[in-house]
Design a protein around this ligand. Structure first.
Ligand code: CTP
Length: 415
């Protein structure tokens, strides 16, 4: 079993110093790392620091005759098991999207045939700019893993999403990504050829959490979903080697390692994010999507005006699961959830038929399930009902992911 080899592209941003710590963590785990530093990156860290920490020459220019004679940039892009871009600046992400190759880093990214993990870090406004949103959506669609940045105070004095995650969290994402690649390993850990990665090469889409439906700028309709079960399923699928897209409603949960998270608020945004994440081999729709939204949300805060309270007119939200089932890009396996307070199995069987899902995972939420850590579920399918004993949400997730892997493996190749 060969040691994992990582090509680390260090872009230009104040967070570049954290790439040095990442190099240390990679080597501590027994993997090899070769660094490529962009011109902008070299404004923040020196080739000398990266060379000393990685124990390898650092590559900085496309126009280095010695490098080109000894390795060649195509070779450099292919010798690695995984390419990590950290920090991935808005500029690097844009060039990756456009296929621009105007320096060593971008040329390697265009030439590589290996999986790529991008770890963005940038100013909050650059992160939320429509161009960056579009680029990230496109990169994810094309198979690039893009980590979500952390929220918090930024070097520029602003606050919000855009901070580079901690090197430890980045390392866990790297490790999860490596786990999906056969026949490489990390010292002191079982190699991925020995690890169980039955979803390797598969894309699993998970929705989780509640949705918030806007009433006015300060109020919304919501439900009690905590997102815990959906996040546990996303984590278990990533652990099983899948590429996982997790479309999350508003919840305060950390992103599981190796999972690509897309945060949304409303059902309409969730429907859009789900459509953008396709195609997928399996979709597990755990989110408690609001059935209704406010037909005409107010642009300004609604004031008490004496007399009768305002009447809120509701409009029905799109059924994301049913649309996915009926759409042209239906995943091979479509799993819905049904949270019920009574007649659990009867409702689940009806939903299986009405929504066009392959399985419905039904649970009784009349007790402490919502927000709690345990769940007792029934797997309802065309083949009948299986009732699983009450277990932690992680254990339910692991069991479901095993079943998903078995079902996908059983599908005919052209299924
Ligand atoms: N779902 C969805 N889009 C919606 C509503 C629900 O994708 N607008 C999905 C949920 O993610 C879940 C399944 O459908 O996987 C069942 O959701 P549930 O809210 O229980 O079903 P409803 O259709 O809302 O049925 P009811 O209100 O009658 O319980």
């Amino acid at each position: 079993m060969a040691a994992a080899r990582i090509l680390l592209i260090v872009g230009g941003g104040i967070a570049a110093y954290k790439a040095c710590e990442l190099v240390r963590l990679i080597r501590r785990a027994g993997a090899e790392v070769t660094c490529v530093l962009t011109d902008a990156g070299a404004q923040f860290v020196t080739p000398m620091s990266l060379a000393a920490l990685s124990g390898q020459p650092v590559h900085t220019s496309l126009w280095n005759p010695q490098d080109e004679a000894e390795i060649g940039h195509i070779q450099l892009s292919r010798a690695a098991d995984l390419v990590v871009v950290c920090p991935a600046t808005a500029d690097l992400l844009a060039k990756m999207t456009a296929g621009i190759a105007d320096d060593l880093a971008t040329t390697l990214l265009l030439a590589t045939d290996k999986p790529v993990l991008a770890v963005p870090a940038m100013n909050v406004r650059m992160w939320s700019h429509a161009a960056t949103r579009r680029n990230i959506a496109w990169l994810r669609e094309s198979g690039v893993s893009v980590m979500e940045p952390d929220h918090g105070p930024m070097a520029c004095g602003e606050f919000g999403p855009g901070r580079l995650p901690d090197p430890e969290a980045i390392w866990r994402a790297v490790e999860a990504r490596l786990a999906g690649i056969p026949a490489i390993g990390l010292a002191g850990q079982p190699g991925s050829d020995e690890r169980r990665t039955p979803l390797s090469g598969k894309h699993v889409l998970v929705t989780a959490g509640p949705t918030h439906e806007r009433i006015d700028p300060v109020r919304y309709l919501a439900n009690r979903s905590s997102g815990k079960q959906g996040f546990a399923i996303a984590a278990a699928a990533a652990d099983a080697g899948a590429r996982v897209t997790l479309v999350a409603g508003p919840v305060a949960l950390p992103t599981p390692p190796g999972v690509e998270r897309v945060d949304v608020e409303s059902a309409a945004e969730m429907a859009q994010a789900v459509a953008a994440a396709l195609p997928a081999d399996a979709a597990v729709m755990v989110a408690a999507v609001a059935d209704w939204r406010i037909a005409d949300p107010a642009d300004e805060k609604i004031k008490k005006q004496g007399g009768a309270p305002p009447a809120l007119a509701l409009a029905e939200n799109p059924d994301i699961l049913a649309s996915l089932a009926a759409g042209p890009q239906r995943p091979r396996l479509l799993v819905g959830f049904a949270a019920e307070t009574h007649d659990v199995l009867a409702h689940a069987q009806r939903k299986l038929a009405v929504k066009g899902a392959d399985w419905i995972i039904a649970n009784d939420v009349s007790g402490d399930v919502m927000g709690g850590d345990a769940n007792a579920v029934h797997l309802v399918s065309g083949a009948g009902v299986e009732s699983w004993e009450r277990a932690s949400k992680q254990a339910v997730a692991a069991r479901l992911v095993d079943r998903i892997a078995a079902a996908l493996a059983a599908e005919p190749a052209d299924g």
